[in-house]
Design a protein around this ligand. Structure first.
Ligand SMILES: [Zn+2]
Length: 406
């Protein structure tokens, strides 16, 4: 099957796509910055409305009090919702860089590489998604495939306001595509760890530090002992990660045996079956160390994003993905496990097979060194568009959505 002209010619759009990415990345849209998110949402809406006049664009409230600033919106752009095959394409438009962050503007590192907030994670992915759909729309069998682009404002803080949207969208599509950046090697993602956390509170007994003998019980020493042990848990339970992210405790006066200390942990699991052993291990440690130090632990522990485990239908699709990549001239790449979570985790939980890491090549995410290789946007979009063209032509069979609600 030849590559249709609209797909073959995508690389000629590189300067224009780079300029679009620069304009979007120059809009501060940190997850907590309501006004910036609203500006970004409006910019996306304008661009997609211009690109797809026949699409239905809906702004959906994504309020999650305590997690999202009030009034944030997700954008759903839908084309041909009655077509026999339905695909979901996802991108988040928030970044980790807040309104007062020093990292605000883009800078070109060379003719092909842009440094700027969200250039790779993941406004570059949204540019890729847009360009892919524009090229796909001009292919001869496009009417067989309906699509939804779901663009969300809260991925970096855990997608608390948009989880229901991913669950709902998972139920009405045959396959999903997540445009988080590709790895510097070009590799995409087949699975991701699930993420969670714990708040560990330690309560001891206050006493004058110089009292002899001393009947105080230090909450700080108890917690320190707990954290040292907790850090060793991943060695016993491979596939899990435990990171002590912060710690507080004690009083202003240092001559007091402190009766309070608290830490927050970041927890990760590779498989859903890792969850119970990890939680049990952390609970056991609390009991044992509590007894040894004569302190009391309270553990609040949760999993936010479930792990994204690789599904059989994704293995079939990945072989086709590689074939499409070879046909449009993209250098060979493979797929790998990623420690970080994405909204692909929720889509998998919703039962929808999906490929992740489909955006352009970039690196140094969540730092002021973040960059995107702009010359990889068009080639990555070509893979998407050519894969969808083969789906539309009936050459690639996506899994049935029959078990999903419609
Ligand atoms: Zn991120």
């Amino acid at each position: 099957m030849p590559v249709p002209p609209s797909i073959a010619s995508l690389p000629s759009r590189t300067p224009e796509l780079g300029a679009l990415l620069e304009s979007w990345a120059n809009i501060n849209s940190g997850s907590g910055h309501a006004a910036g998110l609203a500006r970004m949402c409006a910019a996306l809406r304008d661009e997609f409305a211009r690109a797809f006049p026949a699409a239905t664009i809906t702004e959906i409230a994504a309020d999650a009090p305590g997690f999202n600033p009030p009034g944030v919106k997700a954008l759903s752009i839908r084309m041909r919702p009655a077509a026999p095959i339905q695909v979901l394409l996802c991108g988040h438009y928030d970044t980790v860089f807040e309104a007062d962050d020093a990292f605000q503007q883009c800078r070109w590192l060379d003719a092909h590489t842009i440094n700027g907030p969200g250039t790779a994670d993941m406004k570059g992915g949204i540019v890729t998604l847009l360009a892919a759909l524009q090229a796909f729309e001009q292919t001869p069998h496009a009417t067989n495939v309906g699509w939804e682009a779901l663009l969300t404002p809260d991925e970096e803080t855990g997608s608390h306001g948009t989880v229901p949207l991913f669950r709902g969208a998972s139920a009405r599509h045959n396959f999903g595509f997540v445009f988080e950046p590709a790895r510097p090697s070009g590799d995409i993602i087949h699975s991701r760890k699930g993420t969670g956390g714990a708040i560990v509170t330690c309560r001891g007994r206050a006493a004058h530090a110089a009292k002899i003998p001393n009947d105080g019980r230090s909450a700080i020493l108890g917690l320190a002992s707990y954290l040292l042990s907790a850090a060793k848990v991943p060695a016993e339970l491979p596939g899990t990660l435990v990171n002590a992210g912060n710690i507080k405790g004690g009083t202003v006066a240092t001559n007091v045996v402190p009766d309070f200390a608290q830490a927050e942990l970041d927890l990760r699991v590779t498989k859903m079956s890792d969850r119970e052993p990890l939680f049990a291990c952390l609970e056991t440690l609390a009991r044992e160390i509590g007894a040894a130090h004569e302190v009391k632990f309270e553990l609040k522990i949760w999993l936010n994003r479930p792990p994204k485990e690789c599904l059989p239908a994704e293995e079939v699709a990945f072989a086709e993905w590689q074939r499409a990549a070879a046909d449009v001239g993209v250098a060979p790449f493979t797929w790998i496990h990623g420690g970080g979570a994405s909204d692909g985790n929720f889509i998998t939980e919703g039962g929808l097979p999906n490929l992740d890491g489909l955006g352009p090549i970039g690196d140094q995410l969540h730092s002021d060194r973040e960059f995107c290789r702009v010359d990889t946007i068009a080639p990555r979009a070509q893979i998407v568009a050519f894969f969808l063209h083969r789906v539309a032509a009936g050459e690639i069979k996506l899994p049935s959505a029959a078990f999903h609600a419609t």
